[in-house]
Design a binder for this molecule. Sequence first.
Ligand code: ADP
Ligand code: ZN
Length: 744
Amino acid sequence: MQFISVAVPVPFLDLLTYAVPPSLAMPAVGARVRVPIGSRTVTGCVIEAPAQNAAPADARELIEVLDDEPFLPPAVVELCQWVADYYLAGIGDAIAVALPPGAREKASGFRTRRTAALTAHGRSAAAGDASDADLRLTARQREAVAALSAVSAPLPLSELRERGITADLVGRLAKHGLVAIAEEAHERDPFEDALMAGVARDPARQLTVEQASALEQLEALAGRRDFRVALLHGVTGSGKTELYLRLARCVCGSGRQVLMLVPEIALTPSVAALFRGAFGDRVAIQHSALSDGERHDQWQRIRRGVVDLVIGTRSAVFAPLPRLGLVIVDEEHDSSYKQEEAPRYHGRDVAVMRASREGALVVLGSATPSMESYQNAVSGKYERVVLERRVLDRPLAAVRVVNMRDEYAAEGPDVVISRDLAAAIEDRLSRREQVVVLLNRRGYSTAVVCRQCGDMFDCPNCSISLTVHAARNGWRARCHYCNYSVMVPKACRKCAAPYLEHTGFGTEKVEQHLCDRFPDARIGRVDRDSVRRKGALASLLSRFAAAELDVLVGTQMIAKGHDFPGVTLVGVISADVGLGLADFRAAERTFQLLTQVAGRAGRGERLGEAVIQTLYPEHYSVRLACGQDYVGFFEKEINFRRGMKYPPLVAMVNAVVRGRTFDDAMQTAAEVVRRLADGAQAGGFTILGPAPAPLAKLRGEHRVQFFLKGARRAEMRQALRAVVAAMPEVRRRVTIDVDPLNVL
Ligand code: ADP
Ligand code: ZN
């Protein structure tokens, strides 16, 4: 009998061993198999063939082999094993991020979509030849007939649905004999998106001297065809994208493939469009905003080897490219590369690991590199490639700071937009230039307090105050963690006093103030609330790009990578939003956000300016961001991290223990820590905690956390693995985060 180890889609489970019955061929590593687990049958992925004698005597038999060839390439399977091991995740969870949607169903390959077209009878009805009285069509049905008669080709039902014509309605028209419904094979093209069109790039453009020498450096590294990491540190607007494009072309020209990771494609569709323009249909795209069908089709194209270049968000790091020569990680500092659920991997770090296994070059690009990456460049582990100037010698935005303490003293405590910022906006509007206004906090107000009894309107499930949003029929308070929501009552729920005060403010209120103050300006808002509807974000960004909006207000979503040449002013409402958090990365995040958002101004021919409102003008993250002094910031921050023994100078693991009561969580955490402490000295790590997490309650569960800090991750992982394995009853209540970004 032969045996195989299989990753199954069940959280927390390790590899399971199955026997291959004589009736089945031995499946390859990476093939999908149907296996029994308990009383169910699931689709798993073959990870390895263990030694005969290692197999348990009671191994169950495999039911079916779905693939003759590996479905996941063996290199990707190995990468998933590394992820599961490094991040202390289940192998099933790690394999799950590498699989395309629908991979657990048997059928794959082409899918079909349903389309509708008018029949001859329908066409004469549309032309008014048959009377409505005969047909008794409703108004909506007439609308649908009209929509179909306006086009010559069959329309997909999905498109009709977007126009408010449901499948039901189409079905009824088909019953009347007016419409024919057909199935057609369809490979979806995510670039069909209207926004993807119309991005022109001048292919004959001359590189600047700096760009040319950076490209030469990078091409030389790529030419060595072995593993290297280059940190491309280029100020905002220095033309990094142009370099990615040329380097990618060079690598593809030598017969190898390119993977380009971006933080969020929806935020910067123009980058994907540029690559599409340059590489045509040799580009595939992978990100979570695509429909499952689209993602599946794109994945299959990559797997078939018909693409040279894949652009995608973090999970694209697992794309099944067989001849990888280059991985680009754009905006490498961006926290969206970290997955905040199992497996808690960092896309950038997995990219580096993948490249090291496949002998590829990694280019990490940023104007504000992460402390981790810059430290690696300083220590010589990474090559450093620098772009110090903007293209065409455009100056960086001039930054002005408004001390809000002075402003409150002069204008009262309700100021949202300072006199300085208001004057600057007024000035740009009068010159028909565009303005970006950042506040990294959404909602209208951030808390509700009873002025009589002091009751805070907190979430019943989480230790956080509810955020107030403007709703059609009043004020709605919502928890941004668990989504609990309730209308804000007229009177206090505790003491019934009618003195509820709304305090703090977010993007909705800023938008309101701007509208009141500049009634003629066309103002748009970009935050997670305003872009909930599919297509809303693309529409806002394209309207701003087309100068159909004058002002864009938003959260950090508007600070990222955009290239809007018409923007000459950036206003930051509260630069210090993130500084109050109990997070050792608070200063780094603030510096990055301010530098990045200031980098949105003055990217065209006209000079840019940034006005930053803050209560802490002297805080080093604010001060150095104003001077756009990355190196100054890095030096200051690395000293702080060294003094406090924080990453990147030590490795860190965060563990959160959840419980139904605080005592329950605390006692469990204390027991885990007690057992870990036995091996701490030998393992060269220290344990901090347990202590209540800053978010002490979340979704009804109490949270207690502790940290491991040390020089060697391997030993910390090993200790954690051993302790957790010895306490199986707590496995589900402990979340372990290796190299955590979010420690709240
Ligand atoms: P970054 O990503 O470094 O912030 P971008 O790649 O967005 O910068 O480039 C900034 C702007 O400069 C873009 O509009 C881009 O088209 C333009 N650009 C890039 N390289 C050149 C060049 N060599 N000459 C003229 N314009 C350039
Ligand atoms: Zn909540």
